[in-house]
Design a protein around this ligand. Structure first.
Ligand SMILES: [Zn+2]
Ligand SMILES: [Zn+2]
Length: 126
């Protein structure tokens, strides 16, 4: 269930967590450098196959949906994660939670203005 966080200063709003969308399973993400909201989507079929260990050798594809475009990302087991970049501030790094587009808990720090002003503003019911 996703949580939303909003900065009380610059009003930067992000939503994190996994939820069902119209096309499949979606995860709320944000840019750790500027706070721009992104969304990652995969098909329900792929989402459930991920639970099955034998199928972990399969390629996986995801849609990374930003404010301007929808990019198709393919992950191949045993290969490095592809580089992605933020559509807003152009920060570049590997696809994954350690890269620029992440789903890490902001721990109270606003990704845009870097102040300790980020507060949980709600929970979505999906
Ligand atoms: Zn802020
Ligand atoms: Zn950014």
């Amino acid at each position: 269930m996703p949580f939303s966080y909003q900065c009380s200063d610059c009003k930067c709003l992000i939503a994190l967590g996994s939820y069902h969308s119209v096309t499949g399973q979606a995860v709320g993400l944000y840019c750790r450098h500027c706070g721009t909201y992104h969304r990652l989507e995969e098909t329900i079929q792929q989402y459930f196959e991920a639970w099955s260990a034998e199928k972990n050798t399969a390629k996986k594809s995801y849609h990374l949906i930003g404010p301007k475009s929808d990019r198709l990302i393919t992950l191949t087991p045993g290969e490095a994660a592809p580089l992605i970049s933020c559509e807003n501030c152009k920060a570049e790094g590997p696809f994954g939670p350690s890269g620029p587009i992440t789903d890490e808990d902001p721990r109270g720090i606003c990704p845009r203005c870097k102040q300790a002003t980020m507060k949980r503003s709600g929970e979505w019911i999906t």
